[in-house]
Design a protein around this ligand. Structure first.
Ligand code: AP5
Length: 191
């Protein structure tokens, strides 16, 4: 199974990514978690990206490509993946397609289902303020992350819908209900 969760900050990509990975026995690949692990571990990548995360800006595509491509191909070999946070821009979606062309699978052509988690904007802000995960969970940075989402990531909804790969799932219901709705949408897309 090869899935992508596409949604604004706080919509539940991480929460549903974990649940769907458990349900299908696949690998949950969270771009944000990978970046934060690098920051905590003090790696060269971590030092390069820390300021971007603190500002709520996107990290350069080249960094994301290097971080994710091999992990995606590895996950394909072990049953599949649920991608959370990547691709996040049209450029990343197109590069993911070209970058691994000729290999066993690509993040783009191999995707079987893209789920858009729909949650009202004020609920997103409330959730992220309540979570307070780190430097980017304060109100000003949350609003900036939402702006970046609208400019850079939202166009992917039309991109994947146009490819017949996307379903919208209401993300403002209890976590288990969202998971169930995702599973039903995935069955429709892959059945
Ligand atoms: P990333 O970690 O991807 O952050 P994000 O997109 O802002 O998403 P979050 O992790 O904040 O939210 P989520 O949708 O996963 O929701 P969650 O399940 O945690 O990225 C962070 C940064 O990394 C970016 O700003 C950027 O700098 C960089 N980056 C990452 N990927 C990149 C890329 N591809 N290119 C360039 N830069 C990149 O849930 C949120 C909260 O809501 C939790 O407290 C949860 O418990 C709660 N919740 C979840 N579901 C429900 C529900 N149904 N009801 C009530 N509460 C719920």
């Amino acid at each position: 199974m090869r899935l992508l969760l596409l949604a604004p900050p706080g919509a539940g990509k991480g929460t549903q990514g974990q649940a769907l990975a458990r349900h299908y026995g696949i690998t949950h690949l969270s771009s944000g978690d990978l970046l934060r692990e690098n920051i905590t571990g003090g790696t060269a990548v971590g030092r390069q990206v820390q300021a971007y995360l603190e500002r709520g800006d996107l990290v350069p595509d080249s960094v994301m490509d290097a971080l994710l491509q091999t992990k995606i191909l590895d996950a394909v070999k072990t049953g599949g993946y649920v991608l959370d946070g990547f691709p996040r821009t049209l450029r990343q979606a197109q590069r993911a397609f070209r970058g691994v062309a000729g290999q066993s699978a690509t993040a783009d052509t191999a995707l079987q289902a893209v789920l858009f988690l729909d949650v009202p904007e004020e609920a997103l802000v409330k959730r992220l303020l309540a979570r307070g995960r780190g430097a980017d969970d304060n109100e000003a940075t949350i609003r900036h992350r939402l702006q970046v989402y609208h400019t850079e990531t939202e166009p992917l909804v039309a991109y994947y819908r146009g490819r017949g790969l996307l379903r919208t799932v209401a993300g403002d219901q209890p976590v288990a209900d969202v998971t169930q709705a995702c599973i039903e949408a995935i069955s429709e897309l892959t059945g």
